[in-house]
Each structure stands twice: as C-alpha cells, then as structure tokens.
Design a protein. Structure first.
Length: 44
C-alpha cells in the first residue's frame, strides 16, 4: 500500500477490506448454499 501511495486513503481502505472480507464471506456462505435443497432451486 505504501508503494502505491494508498496508505492513508479511502481507496486503500476499500481495497484492503475487499481483499480480506470478500473471500471470507464467500467461503462462509458456501455452506449455506450447499444446504439449499435441489427441489427448491428447480422450483423457480
């Protein structure tokens, strides 16, 4: 972040937040989506 000069900026904060939170939330939601019954998916 220091080399990109984003150490003390909103854009730098957004990039760091997305880098850590997006993969974590995707991994956590996988369990929920795998638990949805196939019949419920095909109903729509």
């Amino acid at each position: 972040m220091a080399q990109l000069r984003l150490g003390n900026s909103l854009v730098g904060l957004i990039l760091v937040y997305l880098t850590f939170s997006l993969p974590l939330s995707t991994w956590l939601l996988q369990g929920y989506f795998r638990g949805v019954p196939r019949e419920l998916e095909e109903q729509g």
